[in-house]
Design a protein around this ligand. Sequence first.
Ligand code: PEP
Ligand code: MN
Length: 336
Amino acid sequence: MMIVMNVEATPAQVEAVVARIEGNGFKPIVLHGEERKVIAVVGNNPYQTREQYVFLPGVDRVMPISRPYKVASREFMPQNSVFPVDGLQIGGDQIIIMAGPCAVESRTQMLEIAQACKEAGAQVLRGGAYKPRTSPYTFQGLGEEGLEILAEARELTGLPVVTEVTSPDLVPLVVQYADILQIGARNMQNFALLNAAGQSMHPVLLKRGNSATIEELLMAAEYILSHGNRRVILCERGIRTFETSTRNTTDINAIPVLKAQTHLPVMLDPSHSTGRWEFVTPIARAGIAAGADGLIIEVHQNPEMALSDGAQSLKPERFAQLVRQVRAIARDVERC
Ligand code: PEP
Ligand code: MN
């Protein structure tokens, strides 16, 4: 349920509503809109206590939120969420391009590819230090050493860093290095991790699980949002279908569907959604044409030798071409 305050409601009136919500055992999440404040009341069945709020001073109206996700819904906030990350406006007019290797493999590899990604037009650097691999016998990432290398790459290029965090205990460490925490497809419903990322108040890139519905993705986002952390970016990265010619199937529909249902920024990862470098650029173009707010792309200087996801990694020259093409499409769809 949401409580819409009057345009003239005073801070004391908002506080009184918040106190009443808390007193009833629910959680208030205040949206400081330009015109008026809206308070989401979250918890089990808050609408049952509707009568307790309608007559409080400063309250304009009390409305149910029809979707199971509340703070994530467009009903709660009709306009797009736009938030700054290190000077970039995520969810704004500009398409945000994140790029880098699947994994941080070594200092030399990461610093070289970070520089190349920057020169090609990337605005955020990616690189996994903790890799959730399907097999325990493959490269698992450099851990904290990888985070230190990412910090150096950030220093060198001036670009913010997105990197994956795989367990709740690692959140306090990873937030010291990452500008954006990545929660991977395999952990989309790791609720302890979602709660820890929510409590960290750090921006989060939340990837869709490969067998998760759009509603489940939004419910996962709601876990993070329910802690008052509003900086959540959703990412479509392909889902499992009967098709075997690509690693996953890009659910291109998810982009406009998500944009209709939520105010959160929506990105596309065509590297994992296709699994093959030849298809990354065409699907990246499709994603931007479909309304994505950005892309996350795997780039490696020597994909044949990559320790993970080489088959889907672009070489820097090809990545530069992707950036040029995608920016042209962004202008066609009135973005930049
Ligand atoms: C990754 O970004 O390297 C990754 C592991 O992605 P996903 O969680 O989407 O599989
Ligand atoms: Mn990868």
